[in-house]
Design a binder for this molecule. Structure first.
Ligand SMILES: N[C@@H](CCC[C@H](N)C(=O)O)C(=O)O
Length: 284
């Protein structure tokens, strides 16, 4: 029997099983399979996926994120805040501000600390990628996918697509409580126009600084929150003239709020909490 120590953490209810790969050795060939197993709420620990906190050649730490279906994501906003908290509280970094490597590049994280405990984290998520080919989304229309009319399952919708290092598509709805998250979400996630799949977000605009948000995540389904999705929603809302650039926007997710700004310099800043649930030993 093999084992590894884990920490379960969450950002606004978006929970992952975090493994400190500075201390643990797990064969790479098992990462996907283990992500599926630990995520299972009945036979595993229960989470939206697994995140490995790894050594890096270019930063103090590197994050690798696996969704609950075993697929690897290239970025994870809630995961980055939790990795930052873990790295600071476990002495993997000495400063409050440090770089984290992801599969989509380097990001800068800054932790805010009370009595030695990280209570919130700001992550500079970098510049959104707005070209259709960068999302990626297949299509002949404009180079950017902003309020583009498309058909899914016989219905006609207006979508905006944004990459935050991982792919997102945003649908605006009048009433977030009736958003078709579980009916449309899985159809759009696997639509052939998104060759890498897509995270599907539904957004109700409250005013020019406030959004309601629900998500169907690629590889995990409904989650309480998606940090990269909330950043994509703010970028999409600026592109659609619904919120302002360079101003804080509060995004209300099922698990709580994130504060997000798409700055005039081009980068997206995300601030929110990160919490530790428990630690344990997993047998496999
Ligand atoms: N929950 C995450 C995103 C996780 C990865 C995503 N499902 C993907 O496959 O791109 C977040 O907080 O950003």
């Amino acid at each position: 029997m093999n084992t590894f120590s884990f920490t379960k953490m969450h950002g606004l209810g978006n929970s992952y099983i975090y493994v400190n790969m500075f201390e643990e050795t797990i064969p790479e060939a098992l990462f996907s399979e283990l992500a599926i197993k630990v995520s299972n709420v009945n036979t595993g620990i229960g989470a939206d996926g697994m995140i490995l906190i790894c050594p890096s050649d270019v930063a103090p730490v590197k994050m690798r994120i696996f969704n609950s279906d075993g697929s690897e994501g290239k970025n994870c906003g809630n995961g980055l805040r939790c990795v930052a908290k873990y790295a600071y509280e476990h002495g993997l970094v000495a400063e409050r501000s440090f770089l984290i490597e992801t599969l989509s590049g380097l990001v800068q994280a800054e932790v805010f600390v009370e009595n030695g405990v990280v209570t919130s984290v700001t992550v500079d998520m970098g510049n959104p990628r707005l070209k259709r080919s960068e999302v990626p989304m297949i299509g002949e229309e404009a180079e950017q996918v902003v309020a583009e009319t498309v058909e899914f399952a016989g219905g006609t919708y207006e979508i905006t697509a944004v990459s935050m290092g991982n792919p997102h598509v945003i649908f605006y709805v009048d009433d977030i409580t009736h958003a078709p998250v579980t009916s449309l979400g899985p159809i759009v996630e696997k639509d052939a126009r998104f060759p890498e799949g897509v995270n599907v977000e539904f957004v109700e605009v409250v005013n020019d600084q406030e959004l309601h948000f629900r998500v169907w995540e690629r590889g995990s389904g409904v989650t309480q929150a998606c940090g990269t999705g909330a950043c994509a929603a703010v970028v999409a809302s600026v592109l659609n003239g619904k919120t302002a650039r360079n101003k804080e926007t509060v995004v209300h997710l099922a698990g709580g709020d994130l504060v997000i700004t798409w700055t005039d310099e081009g980068n997206v800043l995300m601030t929110g909490p990160a919490e530790t649930v428990c630690t344990g030993v997993y047998y496999y």
